[in-house]
Design a protein around this ligand. Structure first.
Ligand SMILES: NC(=O)C1=CN([C@@H]2O[C@H](COP(=O)(O)OP(=O)(O)OC[C@H]3O[C@@H](n4cnc5c(N)ncnc54)[C@H](OP(=O)(O)O)[C@@H]3O)[C@@H](O)[C@H]2O)C=CC1
Ligand SMILES: CC(=O)C(=O)O
Ligand SMILES: [Mg+2]
Length: 546
């Protein structure tokens, strides 16, 4: 589905307006006829170029930039000038551009957000708007908003609380809905719920763009969130709220509160769980043992850790274990050590993974005691899987599964090179970022990238087409199964646990089709079921053409 040029009027003054509108601007691709009709003559050089020629120029500009952060700034500027050209560029080579628009470059962009800021690309809601949030939402120029990705900036990647600087994440996540899954970009609204920040350095930065105050207590935060959620239902009915990168405890509490009440999901909890289950499914098929027989140890027991653990429990139950037996196969270790019943600092959701064991603050000691077959890092602690950790896992297991999921690159619990070298090529490894290939003893390994971008754009696409009432946990299990099903023998032989990023659109559409089928099967979808779901989805995909 190409985006309509939306040029109807014969107003000769329209030209300037068109050039300033990123959705309708074609730049040098306006034809001679259009230039005459819309008062564009003289406002452009005489060459009339194709979209592909324009992409060629963009590629040259990008080539000349010295860093990925500068490429990021350039691409965001391009999106502000000409959205079609922006998406044509990034969709032409997703494996190259996803790491620039998103993880890991977006981390640098967020840290420098107030300094590289050009223009607002979404909405900023603050507590100062309390009582008027619906009125403020109406300031957004379109009422057909299909997705809001909202963060408080309370936990951005593994960077901690960076407040309003976190806006880079909702912008990037929604750009990936389109760049990876061809969700039409018109109805996507990035949002920063600015509740202040605990980050004193940022509050003192003269170029910081957010509220310079500490976040409110939980109850006050929840009141603002409740008003925002209700305002979204009123102003943008049918809109899906995608929660992203909130402080872990807020993320878990709010998902529990809203998941059965409104159309929403939390990507860090549910999307991450989906991609991890997919990677684990593939890894276990390579080894040839079922999930229900694994012992899984997490480093980190926050929103991502709990989300993954809970979904793994559901998946083990599908393999026949009771909930209790499934939970008993999962242990967790956080900043205060192994989760066990004598710990007084655990939340309700953590307590179910606190099994009777000797208290320990030493990860290697915990590994020796628990004998995990799978080690998953979601701790934000770069380098936490040191040589002793990887060697211990490799001594205990013929093929240790080691997922170092913390972002960005320097927060990964271990690098691909470390995992393959220290395990002597035995590890089945994935990380949140894409590490380069590694050669150990003459064998080349292609590390997996277990990042939720394999899942959330597909959930977005399925939601876009099927308009479900709710997004359930089953949607994420289905997404994981669909994703794992796409890693055939040839990819596995290369050590790959996920589909190739060069084929990301194909992968997301395949996953979305399975999720949409489930939405119809479970009575969640609110549109008429078509005879061929996949073909029906393909007919609604955005293509960046003029
Ligand atoms: N690859 C992917 O797709 C995704 C990756 N992530 C990454 O996972 C990480 C965690 O995210 P999330 O769970 O949402 O964050 P949270 O803040 O909710 O959780 C972090 C957890 O790690 C623990 N922790 C902190 N420091 C250490 C340490 N030094 N040693 C052991 N544990 C520690 C925390 O303990 P305490 O609470 O006591 O401080 C907490 O349990 C982030 O880096 C994020 O980028 C997240 C989502 C998706
Ligand atoms: C990838 C992601 O969502 C995160 O690191 O928070
Ligand atoms: Mg996230």
């Amino acid at each position: 589905m190409a985006r309509a040029a939306k040029i109807g009027s014969q107003d000769p003054k329209l030209g300037r307006t068109l050039l300033d509108d990123p959705v309708r601007n074609k730049g040098t691709a306006f034809t001679a006829e259009e230039r005459r009709a819309y008062g564009l003559e003289g406002l452009l050089p005489c060459a009339v170029e194709s979209l592909d020629r324009q992409v060629e120029r963009v590629m040259q500009h990008l080539e000349a930039k010295p860093t990925d952060l500068e490429r990021y700034v350039y691409l965001i500027g391009l999106a502000d000038r000409n959205e079609t050209l922006f998406y044509r560029t990034v969709m032409s080579d997703p494996a190259r551009f996803v790491p620039i628009l998103y993880d890991p470059t977006v981390a640098e962009a967020c840290l420098a957000f107030g300094h590289i800021y050009r223009r607002a690309r979404g909405m900023y809601i603050t507590r100062l708007m309390k009582g008027r949030i619906a009125e403020v939402l109406r300031n957004w120029p379109t009422c057909d908003v299909r997705f809001i990705c909202v963060s408080t900036g309370g936990r951005i990647l593994g960077l901690g609380d960076i407040g309003a600087n976190g806006m880079g994440i909702p912008i990037g996540k929604l750009q990936l809905y389109t760049a990876c899954a061809a969700v039409p970009p018109d109805g996507l609204l990035p949002m920063l719920l600015d509740v202040g920040t605990t980050n004193a350095a940022l509050r003192a930065d003269p170029l910081y763009l957010g509220l310079r105050e500490l976040p409110p207590p939980e109850q006050k935060l929840d009141e603002i969130v409740e008003e925002l959620v209700q305002a979204v239902q009123q102003v943008f009915p049918g809109c899906c709220i995608h929660f992203e990168d909130w402080k872990g405890t807020d993320a878990i509490r709010l998902l529990k509160r809203y998941k059965d009440k409104i159309l929403c999901y939390n990507d860090d909890i549910q999307g991450t769980a989906g991609v991890t289950l997919a990677g684990l499914t593939t890894a276990l098929e390579i080894i040839g043992t079922p999930l229900a027989e694994q012992r899984i140890l997490f480093l980190g027991a926050g929103s991502a850790g709990i989300g993954i653990a809970d979904l793994l429990v559901s998946a083990m139950q599908l393999e026949g274990l009771s909930q209790e037996a499934a939970r008993s196969r999962i242990s967790m270790f956080d900043i205060n050590g192994l989760l066990e019943p004598s710990r007084a600092d655990l939340s309700e959701v953590q307590r179910v993974y606190a099994h009777k064991a000797k208290p320990s603050k030493d990860l290697v000691e915990a590994i020796e005691a628990q004998k995990p077959t799978v080690l998953i890092g979601v701790s934000t602690k770069g380098g936490a899987f040191d040589q002793r950790v990887v060697e211990t896992m490799s001594r205990l297991n013929e093929r240790p599964i080691i997922f170092a999921l913390s972002n960005p690159t320097d927060r990964a619990e271990c690098s691909a090179e470390q995992a393959y070298t220290w395990s002597k090529g035995k590890a089945l490894y994935a990380a949140g970022v894409q590490f380069p290939d590694v050669t150990v003893d003459g064998k080349r390994f292609h590390p997996g990238q277990a990042n939720n971008f394999y899942v959330f754009p597909a959930i977005g696409l399925a939601t876009y087409v099927a308009r479900p009432k709710r997004i359930t946990d089953a949607c994420f299990v289905t997404a994981a199964q669909a994703l794992a099903g796409q890693v055939g023998p040839e990819l596995r032989a290369r050590g790959m646990l996920f589909p190739s990023q060069a084929d990301i659109l194909e992968s997301e559409v395949t996953t979305a089709a399975r999720v949409a089928e489930l939405m119809f099967d479970e009575g969640l979808a609110q549109v008429h079921r078509p005879p061929d779901v996949r073909a029906w989805i393909e007919g609604q995909l955005y293509t960046p053409t003029y």
